[in-house]
Design a protein around this ligand. Structure first.
Ligand code: ATP
Ligand code: MG
Length: 160
């Protein structure tokens, strides 16, 4: 399906506002963002899983969502100013059941959210990776990239 990334982001934010009313989210979508080939339910669930994590691991800090084109791709980033992810864990967090740290004082969870997110992103032909500044151990950025299909109209009109 041709989906409007901005619409999906705004719907995910509305859903999150009901579950995590304390989480502040700022969104910026490039006005010329082309439609994307994907599934709005899957992309919405991916964004929800990322915001669920921000609510758990970056409590009290606002989250910023950007969507723009870069190098022929649609790039969506979800950035928080929370506790960050250790450099050695940046890939492992996408594995099933991987949860760094010890159970004591850790927010509840099963360790499935990001593996599900990666599965959905893969199914839509995209990629997802985690970035966290090693020097400061402060904040996490989740970066999603999706190819812009040839024939994607820059006007936002789906090709016939
Ligand atoms: P579930 O999503 O199943 O409720 P979970 O949040 O532990 O449980 P994932 O979403 O897969 O599982 O995340 C795996 C781990 O990655 C988390 O336990 C957490 O340690 C780390 N992590 C994920 N997102 C963030 C984030 N925004 N900031 C800091 N750590 C994070
Ligand atoms: Mg999670």
């Amino acid at each position: 399906d041709w989906i409007d990334v901005g619409d999906v982001i705004r719907a995910a934010m509305e859903r999150c506002a009901r579950y995590f009313p304390q989480l502040a989210v700022e969104v910026s979508v490039a006005p010329d963002l082309p439609l994307m080939q994907g599934d709005s339910v899957l992309l919405g669930q991916v964004l929800f899983n990322l915001l669920d994590n921000a609510a758990k691991y970056a409590a009290g800090e606002p989250v910023r969502i950007f969507a723009r084109t870069e190098g022929g791709e649609i790039v969506i980033s979800v950035t928080d100013a929370g506790k960050g992810i250790a450099p050695g864990d940046l890939d492992k967090v996408f594995e099933k059941f991987f949860r760094p740290g010890t159970p004591d004082g850790r927010p509840p969870g099963t360790g499935l959210g990001l593996s599900i997110a990666r599965g959905f992103v893969d199914a839509m032909g995209g990629s997802i990776r985690a970035e966290s500044p090693a020097s400061r151990r402060r904040g996490t950025r989740m970066v999603l990239r999706f190819p812009i299909p040839s024939g994607a109209a820059m006007t936002g009109e789906p090709p016939a």
